[in-house]
Design a protein around this ligand. Structure first.
Ligand code: BGP
Length: 479
């Protein structure tokens, strides 16, 4: 007889996930340089911008730049971490703003004030036994690197990133065990400015440029893995994929193949980071699309010898696709990736498909494909919350969303999938990456801050705060 697995292992890392530019604010404090996100105002299409000449950038009167103040975690981290501790967090995923450490990205010496800020944050977390899980780059490239080198299209970025990563490992080796290289690395193909600091110009060969940039990020990621293992024995460093099942619209093999192709567009990154080599299907894609990647002789060995320890991924929604152009016309705009409307599933206010079972399928798929531990580092429901007169938010819809996803996560664990932890996105309300708005909230903690920057920044516990506290206290036993 096989023993029934206990759903959540004792050391399961429950927590929340954040990104520097979406919560810190203080965008020029203590020597920080400008990053790509600091230059984009609130707006539905902010991720798809092509800015042209960045040096001519001047904030426009009346426009609101959300990362400039965000929710002011920079000055309020003690209060926020105390609230995370009250919920019983075992870990907090956060990112380091590259431009706090190297304001221009290419200096020889790091900025001590920036390093000190994260020392203070890590000390505060460790005071409560909260394990920091650190993303080295989460959608923010120093602007100087974009203007001077063209962002990740330039090989020099590999060296700048490696130096930045080594600086972090040396400084925080006694405090941080869990690392991640690039947030949602596969987003680079969809959001080149945010993902790779690339400002595309008219007439450029987009595919060629993007895949070249992808190669540079992949090599840089592998070099960071190497350095992390050398500098911090026992550390674990992972990749980070924007995941989500792609379903075929019908059982027509053409639809099934189309779904597989879309999946592989994302999996290619993780195949390289996890298996250490370019997969055959990507090589074929390069041949057929006339893409020639400039590789250094040592790259193949670097990739092969420095694969990741775990697969981090975000899961918000599943997708659906078809080989039939008529069906494709019925695509929703909501998800970053776009998707044919799945007749079996509901969507969020922002059009993101809600699919708890898709999380179980995704976990199994990644487990079968890579055979490495998984870390669910983003998941959650973006919704409009209303602060009630009795100073709370009745966010039952969020509890329902998370509840159904936790139940499927528990199923995946029973299926034999090893999962290190779960960090829900934005445990405290923060700026939306997609729209720059505060209106799209994910938190257990409400922040009094509006889209136009008004509000007291006061923190308020929502109903889900108490619910998540219970889940963690019981180690998810109810699932
Ligand atoms: C992911 C990003 C996060 C986060 C999240 C939610 O793609 O890694 O930074 O913001 O999506 O997206 P949004 O903020 O657009 O709702």
């Amino acid at each position: 007889m096989f023993e029934k697995l206990t759903a959540f292992p004792e050391n399961f890392l429950w927590g929340g996930a954040t990104a520097a530019n979406q919560l810190e604010g203080a965008y020029l404090a203590d020597g920080k340089g400008l990053t790509t996100v600091d230059l984009i105002p609130t707006g539905a299409n902010r991720m798809n911008i092509a800015l042209g000449n960045l040096s001519s950038f001047v904030p426009q009167a009346g426009e609101f730049y959300p990362s400039h103040e965000a929710i002011d975690f920079y000055h309020r981290y003690k209060e926020d971490i105390a609230l995370f501790a009250e919920m019983g967090f075992k870990c907090l995923r956060l990112s380091i703003a590259w431009a706090r450490i190297f304001p221009n990205g290419d200096e020889t010496e790091p900025n001590e004030a920036g390093l000190q800020f994260y020392d203070n944050v890590f000390d505060e977390l460790l005071k409560y036994n909260i394990e920091p899980v650190v993303t080295i780059c989460h959608f923010d490239v120093p602007v100087h690197l974009v203007e001077t080198y063209g962002g990740w299209t330039n090989r020099k970025m590999v060296g700048f990133f490696e130096k930045y990563a080594k600086t972090l490992f040396n400084r925080y080796k006694g405090k941080v065990k869990y690392w991640m290289t690039f947030n949602e690395i596969n987003m680079l193909l969809h959001l080149p400015y945010i993902g790779a600091g690339i400002v595309l110009q008219e007439g450029q060969d987009k595919e060629q440029l993007l895949y070249q940039a992808a190669h540079h990020e992949l090599v840089a990621s592998a070099l960071a893995v190497k350095a992390c293992h050398e500098i911090i024995p026992g550390a674990q460093i992972g990749c980070m994929l924007a995941a989500g099942m792609v379903y075929p619209y019908t059982s027509n093999p053409d639809d099934v193949w189309k779904a597989m192709e879309l999946d592989r567009e994302s999996f290619f990154f993780i195949d390289v980071q996890s298996k250490g080599a370019y997969p055959g299907y990507t090589k074929r894609f390069f041949r057929e699309h006339n893409i020639h990647i400039d590789m250094q002789p040592e790259d193949a060995v670097i990739l092969q010898q420095n694969t990741v320890d775990y697969i981090g991924f975000s899961y918000y929604a599943s997708r659906c696709t078809s080989a039939d152009p008529e069906v494709l016309k019925n695509s929703t705009e909501g998800n970053v990736f776009g998707s044919v409307k799945n007749p079996y599933l509901q969507a969020s206010e922002w059009g993101w498909t809600i699919d708890p079972k898709g999380l179980r399928i995704t976990c199994n798929q990644l487990h079968d494909r890579y055979g490495k531990p998984l870390f669910i580092v983003e998941n959650g429901l973006g919704a409009t919350d209303v602060l009630l007169d009795n100073d709370t938010v009745e966010d039952d819809y969020r509890i329902e969303y998370l509840n159904s996803h936790f139940a499927e996560m528990a199923e995946a664990i029973q299926d034999g999938v090893e999962i290190l932890g779960y960090t829900s996105w934005g445990p405290i309300d923060l700026v939306s990456a997609g729209t720059g708005e505060m209106k799209k909230r994910y938190g257990y903690i409400y922040v009094d801050r509006n889209n136009d920057g008004t509000g007291t920044l006061r923190r308020v516990r929502k109903k889900s705060f108490h619910w998540y506290k219970d889940v963690i206290a019981n180690n998810g036993a109810q699932y």
